[in-house]
Design a protein around this ligand. Sequence first.
Ligand code: ADP
Ligand code: MG
Length: 560
Amino acid sequence: AAAKETMQFQTEVNQLLQLMIHSLYSNKEIFLRELLSNASDACDKLRFEALSDPALLEGGSELQVEVDFDPEAHTLTIRDNGIGMNRDEVIANIGTIAKSGTREFFQRLSGDQAKDAQLIGQFGVGFYSAFIVAERVTLNTRRAGMEPQHGVRWESDGTGAYTLETVELPTRGTEIILHIREDERQDLLNSWRLRSIIGKYSDHIPLPIRMRKLGEDGKPSEEWETVNKASALWQRPKAEISDEEYKEFYQHVSHDFGEPLAWVHNRVEGRLEYTSLLYIPARAPFDLWDQKQTHGVKLYVQRVFIMDDAEQLLPRYLRFVRGVIDSSDLPLNVSREILQGNRTIEQMRSGASKRILGLLEEIAEKDPEKYQKFWNEFGRALKEGPGEDFSNREQIAKLLRFASTYSDTELQNVSLADYVGRMKEGQDKIYYITADSFLAAKNSPQLELLRKKGIEVLLLSDRVDEWLTSHLHEFDGKSLVSAAKGDLDLGQTETEEEKKAQEETEKAAEGLVERIQKALGERVEKVRVSHRLTSSPSCIVLGERDMALYMQQLLKQAGH
Ligand code: ADP
Ligand code: MG
């Protein structure tokens, strides 16, 4: 045999392993869900690759997973005949964490067990969860299409290093052998216990999971049987699916450990036929703000998995949505290139966007508290909507929430409709101010007059707000206006006396204004008497067409 090589885990892997073993112990059976989920993904990938290269199936086209155990050897084995891995893939996938969002995850760890367990769940526990119950893990794998002598064996006890060797493997796919810890053997190496865990987590995986039939003597025999329902959950009638099943399926498709906030399940029939099951997570994944985040909506064609994270299935501002869309109209051999600009995809995308916006509207109406939770996690993504999705602009505008001078707190819970409902008599505009922090917005001198008059102003300080306000110009017939730009027209809110008093002040100050103008020269466009201040002596305002002040600062910082 070829020499065994010892390799070190990436530091992060060690850290994650330690954390996982300690904080997920009370939830230990999830390891089986994770390994079955990986086996199912591996079979999906093989089925897809085999569409263009049928030889990959090597005659055995029934894809399945076997779960087997040996009480004498203290092992539990999970075996799939999916895509398998070559040596490089094993090193890349099993020895390192290449996930986007990894750095942020490690930064957010606090040392508090309960909090960290939740974070690990959000981050995704994956393959390493095997070490919660195993003292040693052996993984044998051979990539589909490769010769038997190119099998790879990976082995580790989960403490710092792993070994790799080349071995001969008669069949393709991946076999994971868990050498169960002594204190777990009694509990886990038991046919009934395993069946119940599999039933709980894997009934909805459309892939047969098989175990040995129990003989007359109650012992595992040489015959095998399928122990899960193996039906694609999204294809079953809604009325027959329990909330529990929806939640479990969510964890499978999203790789999220927590519960979803809400979901919509629909079957569309007619000229276009597809089924969509879409979830809104309760918490944002670590890579939501990462350019190359993965695990979005999965595309299936007639129940055959086609691809993960098909960007074309939903607009970017809805990238937090998880789930599946299964089309009956697309050809089985679709590629990412074909999806680009495909009419069927466009129609499904528009349908899916409407479903999600509709679901959000319903939550906002019926359960404002739940909606607030959603907003706190994903609001900044939704704010990209008006600029990206013209056709749904109005619907998105209704879903937006802001901080405002009404409560003067950072919590974004004011809708544009709330604002309009509180508008002063004679007020015909929606005022906002943008700044690079909430405090800067709140304390902005440009708000003094508005505050004095009791006119509410939206306080915008998310980075995306500048983009939002450059695309959202009105709501309910009222235009959105920056309180920092140009002449602040307060509509009919000023009384005749106020106007008169202002004119008088302007006259009296003419000489002073001229002197200041001279002193500042070219550096300013215009000096004039302002009525928007009540306590600060002066402030800088921008011309109607100028970029907001802080955008200018941003550009300056970036070297422009
Ligand atoms: P995730 O499933 O979220 O990608 P995991 O830690 O569960 O993270 O798995 C890491 C990677 O290892 C997978 O993305 C896959 O490439 C590979 N992998 C794990 N299990 C298998 C398997 N049974 N067959 C083929 N590849 C696998
Ligand atoms: Mg996984």
